[in-house]
Design a protein around this ligand. Structure first.
Ligand SMILES: CC(C)(COP(=O)(O)OP(=O)(O)OC[C@H]1O[C@@H](n2cnc3c(N)ncnc32)[C@H](O)[C@@H]1OP(=O)(O)O)[C@@H](O)C(=O)NCCC(=O)NCCS
Length: 166
């Protein structure tokens, strides 16, 4: 096993536009994303919403992936529909193909879980991998997420999974 380095987060900015667009073109990102998952990066990166943030994960100086954290009840697109308050919903992907399967996703999730639960009112974190994304579902289970329900978002057949605050 290769030595794993430490991941840290920084806020995504408009300077990351080309990077995020390049990652969107990666086959492993396309396969995980589903038909309705196209971000309008030019808008997302300058939106400054209190209910949504994008963080770039870096290993040293190298950006490797991205995380979006939203408050699903209040987030502007209401992607999650009518959900309870005090949740966070997460999207995660590693953009650089040669950085997959090295434990960096696990590190990113641990950091993001800690960050979400650092807010005392947050009760649980939810995620919605595609039913077909078996690797991601196994990955989330290993991190403690549990099956809630099958749910269709637009044309995407997903599994909703949830991690309660301990
Ligand atoms: C899902 C995702 C974030 C996981 O990140 P990752 O860094 O690849 O995950 P990890 O490396 O922590 O774990 C993945 C596998 O690598 C293995 N692994 C972990 N550390 C390792 C290491 N140092 N060396 C070798 N293998 C390792 C894990 O055991 C795991 O094995 P498994 O697939 O057999 O269960 C990443 O695969 C990804 O971005 N996929 C595309 C987008 C996506 O699907 N996002 C989720 C949408 S809901």
């Amino acid at each position: 096993m290769e030595m794993q380095k430490t991941v840290h987060f920084r806020n995504a900015t408009i300077e990351d536009l080309d990077l995020l667009k390049r990652w969107d073109e990666q086959p492993h990102v396309i396969n995980s994303g589903g038909a309705d998952d196209d971000y309008e990066w030019e808008q997302e990166l300058v939106k400054n919403s209190p209910y949504s943030e994008f963080l770039i994960a870096q290993v040293g100086e190298q950006p490797i992936g991205v995380i979006q954290i939203i408050d699903p009840k209040n987030e502007e697109t209401h992607y999650w529909g009518d959900v309870e308050p005090n949740l966070r919903a997460i999207d995660i992907w590693i953009g650089e193909p040669d950085m997959l399967n090295k434990g960096y996703g696990t590190q990113m999730m641990k950091l993001v879980i800690e960050r979400c639960f650092a807010e005392p009112n947050v009760t649980a974190i939810i995620i919605d991998p595609l039913v077909s994304n078996k690797d991601a579902i196994r990955f989330y289970k290993r991190l403690g997420f549990e099956f809630v329900e099958y749910r269709t978002f637009g044309k995407d057949e997903c599994i909703v999974m949830r991690l309660e605050r301990i």
